[in-house]
Design a protein around this ligand. Structure first.
Ligand SMILES: Cc1cc2nc3c(=O)[nH]c(=O)nc-3n(C[C@H](O)[C@H](O)[C@H](O)COP(=O)(O)OP(=O)(O)OC[C@H]3O[C@@H](n4cnc5c(N)ncnc54)[C@H](O)[C@@H]3O)c2cc1C
Length: 517
């Protein structure tokens, strides 16, 4: 199949799916010969079952959307990258009833001191019920998220790579690497930094190429223990970038700069590690019997668009940056929470006109900000005199609690405020997990629906009750009369007037059931 894109004019009789607007898709064309060839088998096909794809699948299933996740790898990843879940992601896990299960597998650490690795205490007054960092192996969190999606009814097919697609006004025909074809209404590329979907879409991915690469792996060492300990201590006294630490059962985790920047298609060899260890440490520690070997770069790039017609991008497919501050997985998972309910609304037919486009409007600036803070952190870690002077200055400034807090709020993503127009500061922010009548707020969001918290007891969600829950007299902790929450926990409206509420219910949740029917 030709993997170029076919797009078309909006279909005037397609009342449910108001997807395209003129000028929305560059180079509008008529449906190609492949359009309508296969029946719609799924509502959404997701390319990639990493953390982003798994969360998106689960979020869509909360709304009964027929989801298929295609994952090119036959087995889950074997290499253990320990990632940090930051406060906002931990909150989102609590919001879907997943946190207890995840906490069992992670280690809680203080939610401070990780901006450019500048050692500082946790800032005072972080506005969350979950003020910690959760260290957890990436394969474990991915497994838990995938299990959650499957439990909710998502299908996952392993050993199945997306190799091409065509889109038309009714759906997307997805071509698999084995030559098979599938058809769905939407396709979402959650297929990582080298995203096939993004490349086939022709979406630009501007930014800075990798300047350095790092080798990381787990292996046995042949050198005597005393020699290892002494050598590691000696190198840590210098500013050489290197890490070597025991990982249990005689295995060591080795992190060392690569000799240069390659195309990273091929994994590194043990010989690459030996060579670099000799260059950095003066010995290769007798490394042998590797468990896994990998490499990563420090490229920084952001997709120009997150959506072209019926095809969308999320997670690393949309943005990449160095792992400083541990934000990539968090950012992707949060993309998926933002997109899930909106795409579900589109599929179910109740999405207001521009809802799906708010995904890019809200998430692109967030990614821009994350890319900027990682650029800043990279500079602050440089050993050059200029950046070192800036680092000393910032270290001093971070003694001011508000400066420290602002930086931690940025990395933990609890400082995000989407632009919903003029209004109180709370509008557009997420609400923390407060005590409410009969339990905790986030327990009321497990089903991924909207929620009206009404302290006046006078308002009603009326014709939107199939999409929005209601709680009267919720809590004294809320210092405003009423709050409308979106399924991702962001505050969509604050007020006390029924008509004004209904305008905002329409804005976010479409027409009331009687009109919609
Ligand atoms: C050393 C290191 C440390 C890190 N530490 C942290 C941290 O502490 N915190 C944090 O938040 N982030 C961290 N990250 C970043 C994090 O690992 C990534 O941001 C995260 O994995 C992105 O998730 P994703 O689901 O978007 O993409 P991926 O995890 O890359 O998943 C993409 C999936 O798509 C599949 N795929 C690819 N192409 C196709 C195709 N054509 N068809 C079907 N399937 C396909 C792949 O096999 C893969 O399973 C770190 C990264 C590195 C390198």
């Amino acid at each position: 199949m030709d993997s170029r894109q076919f797009t078309s004019e909006p279909s005037s009789n397609d009342a449910v799916e108001r997807d395209f607007t003129a000028g929305d898709v560059p180079g509008l064309r008529s449906p190609g010969p492949g359009a309508d060839r296969a029946p719609l088998m799924f509502d959404v096909i997701i390319a990639g079952c990493g953390p982003t794809g798994a969360v998106l699948a689960a979020e869509l299933r909360l709304h009964d959307v027929r989801v298929l996740v295609l994952e090119q790898a036959t087995e889950p990843v074997s290499f253990v990258r320990i990632v940090g879940l930051h406060i906002r992601t931990i909150e989102l896990m609590a919001m879907r009833g997943l946190l207890e299960r995840i906490l069992e597998h992670g280690r809680q650490r203080p939610a401070g001191g990780f901006f450019a690795a500048i050692t500082k205490p946790v800032p005072k007054g972080l506005d969350s019920a979950h003020t910690y960092l959760l260290g957890i192996p990436q394969p474990v969190i991915v497994r838990l998220l995938e299990e959650h999606a499957v439990r909710l009814g998502a299908q996952v097919r392993r050993g199945c790579a997306v190799a091409g697609f065509e889109q038309d006004d009714k759906g997307v025909t997805v071509e698999l690497a084995d030559g098979g074809q599938l058809r769905s209404r939407y396709l979402v590329g959650c297929d990582g930094g080298r995203s096939t979907v993004r490349k086939l879409l022709g979406v630009g991915f501007p930014g800075e190429p990798a300047r350095t690469e790092t080798l990381m792996g787990e292996m046995h060492l042949g050198a005597p223990q005393e020699e290892i300990t002494a050598k590691v201590a000696e190198i840590h006294e210098t500013d050489r970038s290197f890490d070597l630490r025991p990982f249990g059962a005689g295995i060591y985790r080795v992190v060392v700069p690569a000799a240069g920047v390659g195309d990273r298609v091929e994994p590194p060899t043990l010989e690459d590690f030996r060579q670099q260890l000799r260059a950095i440490a003066g010995t290769d520690f007798g490394v042998h019997s590797p468990r896994w070997l990998s490499r990563f770069g420090d490229a920084t790039r952001l997709a120009e668009r997150y959506r072209v017609g019926r095809v969308l991008l999320a997670g690393d497919a949309a943005h990449i940056h160095p792992p400083i501050g541990g934000q990539g997985l968090n950012l992707g998972v949060q993309d998926a929470f933002n997109l899930g309910w909106k795409l579900a609304a589109q599929v179910r037919g109740w999405a207001p006109e521009a809802l799906l486009d708010t995904y890019q409007a809200e998430r692109h600036p967030v990614a821009e900000d994350v890319l900027d803070n990682t650029r800043a952190q990279v500079e602050l870690l440089s050993t050059e005199p200029g950046p070192q002077a800036v680092r000393r200055l910032l270290t001093e400034l971070m003694d001011i609690d508000e400066v420290n807090r602002r930086l931690i709020e940025k990395i933990t993503a609890i400082g995000i405020r989407y632009d919903f127009g003029a209004g109180p500061d709370l509008l557009g922010r997420r609400l923390r997990d407060i005590d409410v009548k009969g339990g905790r707020l986030y327990e009321l969001l497990h089903r991924g629906r909207g929620l009206l918290l009404d302290r006046t007891g006078r308002l009603t969600v009326g014709g939107w009750s199939d999409r929005v829950d209601y709680l009267a007299d919720p809590t004294a902790e809320l210092d405003v009369p009423c709050v409308l929450l979106r399924p991702d926990g962001h505050v969509a409206w604050i007020g006390e007037d029924q008509q004004n509420l209904e305008d905002h219910l329409s804005r976010w949740f479409g027409e009331p059931a009687d009109r919609f029917a």
